[in-house]
Design a protein around this ligand. Structure first.
Ligand code: SDX
Length: 431
């Protein structure tokens, strides 16, 4: 089979260069431009990496036009219906669905690592009383790199696996402690007899002076939300973790960089921003005004929860969450929640508006997740923390894939320089 290539021709000089075309198992072919600088002296220019494949990966596949999302080949709707978050975590980390003993061992391992070092507990008291829990998460998760010196040789597969298990296991404990710290309540230790999501609810909402029973509906809803948020190809936060990890940095510090990138309202911070936007719109009668703002290039307002860099069709996760939203809100008697009604009307109107239709702007995963978290009594400033707990599995899976890839090199993009040409220093007396 002849090698597939494309030819670049420099019109000004007639120089030509054949570049290899690479094809994966799914998705568009890529042009390997790695020879371009050395052979032709050109860089490529792609702000936001909209058309750039940064790596090889076997983990998650997205078809934005068809609204397809596969985790290791399994469709997200099948996993949402039939799997569990820890089973999906095993799948994303190991590449295959576990059999029963493998799942039990993995579950026991994760639940055995839920506690954090006692010294870490004092860190939470060091933040301002009203610190956003995502700020606390960035700080405390990064500080895990000051502990666990028994497993930081990233070239040792066993060390990588231990770090991965610790990260996945401890995120709920750190998240719950961040929340308790923000509301001035005492820290709650994990109870490893509970499931992964039940334990999180227990650590967030139980208090020493009252009995607390995990609500199975809330636990199941959280487990499904975590499945849907677990991974998503080379999104901004996953790419951040890969870039940080490419220098050989400590794995916990790399995950902290992912939390930082996720926090932005254009990314994982959108779920919190959707709720605040709906509260600001307030009433169906104001939808027209806010749609006009969203379309106005001079207005920084964007319709939070709409649009996606890759999906130019309905986000398959939003489709699942829309259905789940109805169920959860109906279950806890808040289906008449005015914000939910407003969200449905906003979605309805936006999907019929030419501006959104022409730009293929559909509701994304964040549009409904916030409403479900609200129905589960999760505080709004914890929505992105929930996203971070789930996405830690995807970040860790991508980090492990990158660190163990023999093709791996340190990430170091170039630039199109528009600054001053060389000029000599002017003494202060002459300025
Ligand atoms: C997540 O990458 C991932 O996979 C992310 C994620 C994951 O699981 O990791 O899926 C999670 O981050 C989902 C996205 C959550 N963010 C939001 O809901 C914030 C609102 N959305 C926008 O900020 C925006 O849609 C982005 C950031 C998501 C995508 O930005 P792009 O790629 O720059 O958008 P685009 O190129 O598709 O925009 C095309 C046009 C532009 O207008 P024109 O210049 O063509 O006139 O659509 C406009 C944009 O201005 N546009 C919007 C809009 N989103 C895009 N206009 C109004 N409201 C919006 N939400």
């Amino acid at each position: 089979m002849p090698k597939e290539t494309v030819t670049v021709i420099v019109n000004a000089t007639g120089e030509q260069l054949e570049l290899p075309v690479l094809r994966g198992s799914h998705g568009p072919p890529v042009i390997d431009i790695s020879q371009l600088p050395a052979k032709l002296g050109y860089f490529t220019y792609d702000p936001g990496f909209k058309g750039t494949a940064s790596c090889h990966s076997d983990i998650t596949y997205i078809d934005g036009d068809k609204g397809i999302l596969l985790y290791r080949g399994y469709p997200i709707d099948q996993l949402a219906e039939k799997s569990s978050f820890l089973e999906v975590a095993y799948l994303l980390l190991k590449g295959e669905l576990p059999d029963h003993p493998q799942l039990q061992t993995f579950t026991d391992t994760i639940m055995d690592h839920t506690m954090i070092h006692e010294n870490l507990r004092s860190f939470f008291g060091g933040f301002r009383y009203d610190a956003h829990p995502m700020a606390t998460m960035v700080g405390v998760v990064g500080s895990l790199s000051a502990f666990y010196h028994d497993s930081t040789d990233i070239n040792n597969p066993r060390h990588r696996e231990i770090a991965a298990h610790r990260m996945i296991a401890k995120m709920p404990t750190i998240a719950a402690a961040s929340y308790k710290s923000s509301v001035g309540q005492p820290y709650v230790y994990p109870n490893n007899k509970l499931g992964y999501c039940g334990n999180l609810l227990h650590m967030m909402f139980s208090v020493p002076c009252a009995e607390y029973e995990v609500n199975p509906v809330a636990e199941k809803a959280l487990d499904l939300l975590f499945i849907l948020h677990a991974d998503h190809e080379q999104n901004a936060s996953t790419s951040t973790v890969r870039l940080a990890g490419s220098s050989g940095a400590n794995p916990f510090a790399c995950i902290s960089s992912g939390i930082t990138a996720l926090w932005g309202p254009a990314h994982g911070g959108a779920n919190e921003a959707v709720l605040r936007m709906l509260e600001e719109i307030g009433d169906v009668s104001n939808i027209g005004k806010y749609l006009a703002k969203a379309k106005d290039k001079n207005d920084p307002f964007r319709l939070m929860g709409f649009g996606h860099r890759v999906y130019k069709n309905y986000d398959p996760r939003a489709r699942i969450l829309r259905k789940m939203c109805h169920e959860v809100l109906h279950e806890n008697g808040s289906s008449a929640d005015p914000l939910f009604e407003l969200a449905l009307r906003l979605e309805d109107i936006a999907l019929q508006d030419d501006y959104f239709i022409e730009r293929k702007l559909y509701p994304n995963v964040d549009f409904y997740s916030g409403l479900i978290y609200k129905a589960l009594k999760i505080p709004t400033n914890m929505f992105t923390v929930m996203f971070a707990i789930a996405r830690t599995v995807g970040w860790v899976a991508n980090w492990m894939e990158m660190v163990s890839d023999p093709r791996g090199v340190i990430g170091r993009p170039r630039q199109l320089y528009d600054g001053h040409c060389k000029r000599d220093y002017t003494p202060l007396s002459e300025r």
